[in-house]
Structures are given as structure tokens and as C-alpha cells.
Write a protein that binds this ligand. Structure first.
Ligand SMILES: O=P(O)(O)OC[C@H]1O[C@](O)(CO)[C@@H](O)[C@@H]1O
Length: 452
């Protein structure tokens, strides 16, 4: 089986000779500290050997619940936010038909995502859309208390019960949450929903290979066994026994830390040339942003969809402040073939492309952009993915996870916590007079009055 290939030559050329190699010791130590559980945040390392430890029985259990929802639902709403949402969406969009939301998919239920915002119009439009649909809900929340998700679930649970009756609703509502704590667990226990546990030692952004990602992905009709196999093979390819020079995750962690610390490259742009990878970048942004952005440090993870964004962000990337580097997700082989037709009149002057694959043009756009951006001072890391299928997406997911664990440790932060996320929540609860926030409510009202 092929592997995804990392090419850092056009990034290391921006660094002093030997800069990447100078991280070898630190990266190897970081990799070992993950393995030995001696790193900061070592109570959140449950993802490290997850791919190789998933049993066929567990996959079968997930598949069987997925099959029930596939059979009983035209639409399944996945309610979750952050790590309880992005992984499933990334995989489903990467593997699915770009237009299934328009054409409908006769074989698989439509997967709709909610609980990831508080847009009133979004929720109105969603509940309207669901009115004549046989729908089910997966309520995903590790804490079980996240406002966006809980609020959405309350609405959808009521609507599902009204439309299908309480008994039938029970068969199509699933909770994926903590084993004992939180409102999602309490509701599931009371109502008798099927549940899956998010292990204590797996943080939200590292949870895509648990039921958090696997159940929605299986409901959407994708092969979760192949996804796990890809991840397990990448687990092997990035183990402590793999030398630094041959370990893609070690090299990625080293080069991005070197670019950050030695070349002033504070922003990493994740780039794709296939629009269906948009949400892979969104997933990656949470993974790296929440893991590394703390203690006044951390590369800012951004993303662009090319060639689309070459016509909006391309100018900035080519000639703006030289604080960026790019990581390109390049798909070697597309799943379909489209040939440019010949046109006798050639009014658009495109006959020079006649008979060529669209992907050939895309690849030249990619190469041309790479050369231009490198000439313009943008280091370029390239990840070549043989094709878009479950197996290689599994490899990619584990590659980014393990590289993130290593990279955060090299940066000197705890990559497995996210204390900063609480600040907005505290203010929001104070403003909404949530019980238990009386002192904060008083303080925030006084502050607003003083600022007025
Ligand atoms: O699964 P939960 O507990 O609802 O949390 C969702 C997301 O919220 C955060 O806790 C903070 O944004 C993320 O780390 C997490 O992925």
C-alpha cells in the first residue's frame, strides 16, 4: 500500500543548513515522552494507540448502530462543535459527492451538521427543512454541557419526538459523550438512548477516530475499517522506532518549529487544490490552534482553498508580509476523469488544452503556484496523498495528530489543554445570567456600564 509523502525541501531551503536536523534530539525526546506518557497533558494520550487498538467487535458495534440509523432515517443531524464535529465533517466532505446536498443521495441518509453555531436563522431553517423528514440525531459532546450543542439538541429532540413519537425517536437518537458526567449523559440515561463513550483520555480535537467521527462517517456510507487501517499504518510509520529522517511526523514537527523560531514564519496556511478538502483544513486548524496557541506562543493556523483563493488571497500570499509558510495537501490521482473538449471555433482560445485532463491543468496550477510562492518568499511543505479514499484520509488524520503532539511538546506548551476557550464562555454565561454566575454577572454589568 502507498503512503502519503512529505516533501520539506522547499521549506528547509529557507532555513540555515542543518536547521531541521538540529531539532532531531528535541523531536525524538518529544516523540518518546508521548510514548512514555511523561509529557505535559499526559492524561490525554488515549489517541496515541487508538488506531491499532480498535477491535473488529467495536467497529461492528458502530456499524450496526449506523445501519439502524441508515435504515430508519432520510436525514441524520450531527450535533456537535469543535472536535465533536469537525473530524466527521472533514471526512464526509472529503469522500462524498460535492453536490449530494442538491441531488440527494438515494443510497445514504443526508448528513446535516448543527450545534456548531447559535445562528437563529440557521436553526429556524434547519427545523423547517426537517419538518417533513424522517430524521435522527447524534448528540456529540464530551463535556455534555457545551451551550451551542445542548441548545440545538433540545430543539431537535423535541421535534424528533413530536414527528416520530417518543418510542421511535428513541431508536434514532444516539448520544456520544462522557461515560458518566454531563447533561448529554443524563438525558441519554433517562430516555434510554443508545450511547457511545468518548474516553476520558481523548480530547475533543483528537477524537475523530472514536465514535465521535466513526459513527457519522459510517452512517454516511463510508468504510470506517479502511479509515482505521490507514491510521494504524501511519501509527506504525511514525513510531518511536522510526528514525527521525524517515518519520514524516517528526520532520513536519521539526520544520514548522524551525520556520517559526528561526525564520519568523508565524502563520501556516493549509492549502488544498480540491474543494472537498475545505473541512480537512478546518479540522486541522482546530487541532493545531487549540493545541499550540497558548502561553503567548504558537503558529497561527490558517487555510486557503486553491485555486479559488488565489483570486482573493493570492496577492497577499505572494507579496504581503513575509510571515507565512504553506502546507499543501496535494491529491495525486482524482477519482474521476474529465477531458477538455476540442472546439472548432476556439473562441475562448482554449484549444491548446483539448484532450487534456482537468487535473493536469490543476497540477500545473499547483506547480506554478509553488514556484511563484517560493520565489516570493513563502516556504512550501507538500503532502502528497495518493488518492482521496478512506485509507489515505485515515493516514492523514493520524499523521497530523501525532505531528501535533510532537510539535506542541517541542514548542514547550501542553498541547492537550485549551484553557483559553473558557474566557468567552464565562462572559456569555455572565451576560445571560446563568445560575452560578451571579458574581460574574454583576461584574460584567458594571464593566459595561462604565464603558458605555
Ligand atoms: O465535546 P464538547 O465538550 O461539547 O466540546 C466541544 C469543543 O469545545 C471545546 O472544549 C472548546 O472549544 C473544544 O476543545 C471541543 O472540541
Amino acid at each position: 500500500m502507498k503512503k502519503i509523502i512529505l516533501d520539506i525541501t522547499k521549506a528547509s531551503s529557507f532555513l540555515k543548513e542543518g536547521a531541521v536536523e538540529s531539532y532531531k534530539q528535541q523531536v525524538n525526546d518529544a516523540r518518546r515522552s508521548l510514548e512514555e506518557g511523561t509529557c505535559p497533558g499526559n492524561d490525554f494520550l488515549g489517541w496515541l494507540h487508538l488506531p491499532s487498538s480498535v477491535t473488529p467487535e467495536f467497529i461492528n458495534e458502530i456499524q450496526s448502530v449506523a445501519d439502524t440509523l441508515r435504515e430508519k432515517c432520510e436525514v441524520v443531524v450531527v450535533a456537535g462543535i469543535g472536535g465533536s464535529y469537525l473530524g466527521a465533517r472533514a471526512v464526509i466532505e472529503a469522500l462524498g459527492n460535492s453536490f449530494s446536498w442538491l441531488t440527494g443521495d438515494k443510497k445514504n441518509p443526508m448528513i446535516v451538521f448543527a450545534g456548531n453555531n447559535i445562528g437563529e436563522d440557521y436553526l429556524y431553517e434547519l427545523t423547517e427543512y426537517l419538518k417533513d423528514k424522517k430524521f435522527g440525531v447524534i448528540n456529540i459532546s464530551k463535556s455534555g454541557t457545551t451551550t451551542e450543542t445542548a441548545l440545538t439538541f433540545r430543539l431537535l429532540k423535541k421535534q424528533c419526538e413530536t414527528q416520530r413519537g417518543k418510542d421511535e425517536a428513541r431508536d434514532v437518537i444516539v448520544a456520544i459523550t462522557d461515560a458518566v458526567k454531563g447533561a448529554a449523559r443524563a438525558a441519554a440515561t433517562k430516555e434510554g438512548y443508545k450511547t457511545f463513550v468518548i474516553p476520558d483520555n481523548v480530547g475533543g480535537r483528537f477524537s475523530v477516530l472514536t465514535p465521535v467521527g466513526l459513527l457519522p462517517i459510517a452512517i454516511a456510507g463510508f468504510d470506517i475499517k479502511a479509515l482505521i487501517q490507514g491510521a494504524a499504518d501511519m501509527e506504525n510509520a511514525t513510531g518511536t522506532d522510526v528514525p527521525f529522517e524517515e518519520n514524516p511526523a517528526a520532520l513536519y514537527a521539526a520544520v514548522r518549529n524551525a520556520l517559526y523560531a528561526q525564520a519568523g514564519k508565524k502563520i501556516e496556511i493549509m492549502v488544498n487544490y480540491q474543494p472537498k478538502l475545505h473541512f480537512m483544513s478546518e479540522w486541522w486548524k482546530q487541532l493545531y490552534g487549540e493545541s499550540e496557541g497558548k502561553d503567548g506562543k504558537g503558529i497561527f493556523p490558517a487555510s486557503c482553498d486553491f485555486t479559488t483563493d488565489l483570486h482573493s488571497m493570492g496577492q497577499w500570499i505572494q507579496q504581503g508580509e513575509r510571515s507565512i509558510f504553506e502546507t499543501v495537501l496535494s491529491i495525486e490521482k482524482t477519482n474521476h476523469e474529465v477531458l477538455f473538449p476540442n472546439d472548432e471555433e476556439n473562441l475562448d482560445g482554449l484549444n491548446f488544452l483539448a484532450g487534456k485532463r482537468v487535473d493536469e491543468v490543476n497540477k500545473m496550477a499547483e506547480l506554478g503556484t509553488r514556484l511563484a510562492h517560493v520565489d516570493g518568499g513563502v516556504p512550501n511543505i507538500r503532502l502528497s496523498v495518493p488518492e482521496l479514499n478512506e485509507y489515505y484520509i485515515g493516514q492523514l488524520i493520524y499523521f497530523f495528530e501525532i505531528a501535533c503532539g510532537i510539535s506542541g511538546n517541542v514548542l514547550g506548551v501542553n498541547p492537550f489543554n485549551q484553557p483559553g476557550v473558557e474566557a468567552y464562555k464565562k462572559n456569555m454565561f455572565a451576560l445571560l445570567n446563568k445560575p452560578g454566575y451571579e458574581a460574574e454577572s454583576k461584574a460584567i454589568q458594571e464593566r459595561l456600564a462604565a464603558e458605555a
